[in-house]
Design a protein around this ligand. Structure first.
Ligand code: FAD
Length: 558
């Protein structure tokens, strides 16, 4: 059974059909002979060298890259070539090719990563994994062999036909791959019930240095050492994931959702903790702070862009509705300037705006949902409803069902916001229950001078919870916007590190947070260096991601 097709099909197909093969020069396309070698491995049709293809694969959805792209700046460095291997054997040959030509190798799923994991910082081959998309389901064991290139939505559609689910529903389900989830330790919206991706994986096959294939199950059996935990979350820095054995569950047939109004964010967090530590396994438990509560009640899953893009759209609409149609360049520029000015005035005073949000009506929305077998849902929901009475007011099924039907209405409105010079982003961090409120207040205070910030608490577990901060800022020109963006992240991550919390819950680390990895894992660098030398002696795998190349003393290949 195979799933789906390649995203960006038109671009890829058109390029191949036109047989575009630009004049090769070493600066852009890597050492002489490399593209020929790749074509021998994957076939000419599956080696992309045209500029549009290389631009398309040169970045992921890291907002910093999007800010630059919206300002008309393409990535500083494009990959030398993009190769689309059909199977594990071809991946192994591509790895040997990268080693022989001494260029970096960047695995690429669907490019929905938000941390710059796909950026090429030195001459590189980008390896698009979406042709490797096998799916073999064992209905008896509830295990499935899944290719790394399978898109999440395609996977769940196939499994649903068999009455099964993997239970992994990230908001990016339509535009991300299983390989990307495993590489970044992804979490779906139902993580409290099914766990994160690392809780769903039984074993992996990974092509490492020299094109060797490492099977974590066999390795554990033969040597008594299971490398699975080290490879999940390695973000392409230790090898290329070519196959996964994943656990499945029966498709839930019943659900129960509720909204609870709690008097404060603290009371809401206590309610979440009581549910999880009391032994219940809600599918969903999400707590919105005051400003995020305002957003959640407006019919859209709060996200990095929804509040501000809606503000902006309104501004554009009202300005345009008063402008004659067929407006000329001068008038259009005036419209843009007015929208920009409005945005600038709103976001240019983040402290004031943050203070204004304290005037919002107090009270936060907590969404709780159970899914599964009818009897189990009935039992758990009765208990949950009883326990939650202690913490707040039951608002009935409405808010929960509302969340459920809008849960995928997210983030795709990023671009209009960025056209005005504004930016937005999210920071997902996690800690234990005892440290949770300290983390929340410390990060909010650190971000307040720079950006407008809101947050929700989701992905709750027995021992702790993650906080998803959403923030937006504005500056007048590209340079200032990038400087503000960098200042904001530095302030935020410094604050997270000061509380001892983790800098990444499910987006990974990539390039954007790598300067803070050493603080997140004190003493981890020598271990990672040893691992990197063992699995990647030539130092080709996605250099500079997760750990700065210099920290691992691997140098860079530029
Ligand atoms: C709108 C939106 C919503 C999002 N919501 C969520 C969410 O709810 N939960 C969540 O966890 N994330 C979310 N993300 C982030 C993103 O979708 C995840 O990080 C996802 O796991 C990336 O998958 P991908 O296939 O797009 O990977 P890519 O972006 O292509 O790659 C991500 C990293 O993994 C590496 N990689 C990819 N494939 C392989 C492979 N086969 N072997 C080795 N390394 C590999 C890449 O080199 C890169 O470092 C969201 C992103 C967006 C844009």
């Amino acid at each position: 059974m195979a799933c789906g097709g390649l995203p960006r099909p038109s671009l890829v197909a058109e390029t191949a059909e036109r047989g575009v093969r630009p004049e090769m020069n070493e600066d852009q396309f890597g050492p002489a002979g490399m593209v020929d070698a790749l074509e021998k491995i994957a076939g000419r049709r599956h080696v992309l060298c045209s500029e549009p293809d290389r631009v398309a694969y040169a970045r992921d959805l890291w907002p910093r890259s999007t800010i630059k792209a919206r300002a008309g700046k393409t990535s500083a460095r494009l990959p030398c070539a993009v190769v689309q291997p059909a199977n594990e054997a071809e991946v192994a040959e591509v790895v040997r090719c990268a080693e022989a030509f001494e260029v970096a190798l960047i695995p690429y799923g669907a490019g929905s990563g938000v941390c710059g994991g796909a950026l090429a910082e030195s001459p590189a081959i980008t390896v698009d994994m979406k042709r490797i998309r096998h799916l073999e389901v064992d209905k008896n064991t509830h295990l499935a062999r899944i290719g790394p290139g399978v898109i999440g939505q395609h996977l769940e559609t196939e499994l649903e036909r068999l009455g099964l689910t993997m239970g992994h529903y990230p908001s990016s389900l339509y535009c991300s791959t299983v390989g990307g989830y495993l590489a970044g330790r992804s979490a779906g919206q139902y993580s409290s019930r099914y766990g994160k991706i690392e809780d769903m994986v039984e074993s992996l096959r990974v092509v490492v240095g020299g094109g060797e294939v490492l099977d974590t199950a066999q390795c554990a059996k033969q040597h008594g050492v299971d490398l699975l935990e080290l490879l999940v979350g390695s973000e392409g820095t230790l090898g290329v994931i070519t196959d996964s054995l994943m656990r499945l569950h029966p498709l839930p047939r019943h659900r129960w959702y509720r909204g609870i109004r709690v008097p404060s964010i603290e009371a809401g967090a206590e309610a979440m903790r009581a549910l999880l530590q009391g032994g219940l396994r809600p599918a969903v438990v999400r707590l919105y702070d005051e400003i995020d509560t305002l957003m959640a009640s407006k019919g859209e899953e709060p996200s990095e862009s929804s509040l501000l893009s809606r503000l902006l759209e309104r501004a554009h609409q009202s300005i345009r509705s008063t402008s004659p149609s067929g407006q000329g360049g001068g008038l259009r520029a005036l419209v843009e300037r007015t929208a920009r000015g409005l945005m600038g005035r709103v976001l240019g005073a983040p402290m004031l705006l943050s203070r204004a949000t304290t005037l919002l009506p107090s009270g936060c929305l907590l969404i709780v949902g159970f899914e599964g077998d009818e009897e189990a849902v009935a039992l758990e929901s009765v208990l949950a409803a009883k326990w939650l009475q202690r913490f707040g007011e039951d608002m009935g099924a409405g808010p929960g069902e509302h969340w459920h039907s809008h849960r995928m209405n997210i983030s795709y409105k990023m671009s209009p916001l960025m056209d005005t010079g504004a930016f937005s982003d999210t920071m997902e961090v996690s800690t234990d229950w005892g440290n949770l409120m300290h983390l929340y207040h410390t990060v909010k205070n650190a971000l307040a001078p720079h950006v407008l910030c809101m947050a929700h608490f989701s992905h709750a577990y027995v021992d702790g919870c993650s906080i998803y901060f959403t923030f937006a800022g504005f500056a007048d020109c590209l340079e200032e916007t990038l400087a503000l963006y960098d200042r904001t992240w530095k302030a935020g991550l410094t604050a997270v590190a000061s509380t001892g919390a983790s800098i990444a819950h499910h987006h990974g680390v990539g390039k954007s947070k790598s300067a803070f990895t050493a603080e997140d894992h004190p003493g981890g660098a020598p271990l990672m260096r040893g691992l990197s030398l063992a699995l990647d002696p030539a130092g080709v795998f996605n250099p500079g991601k997760v750990w700065p190349a210099a920290t691992l003393m691997r140098g860079d290949k530029s």
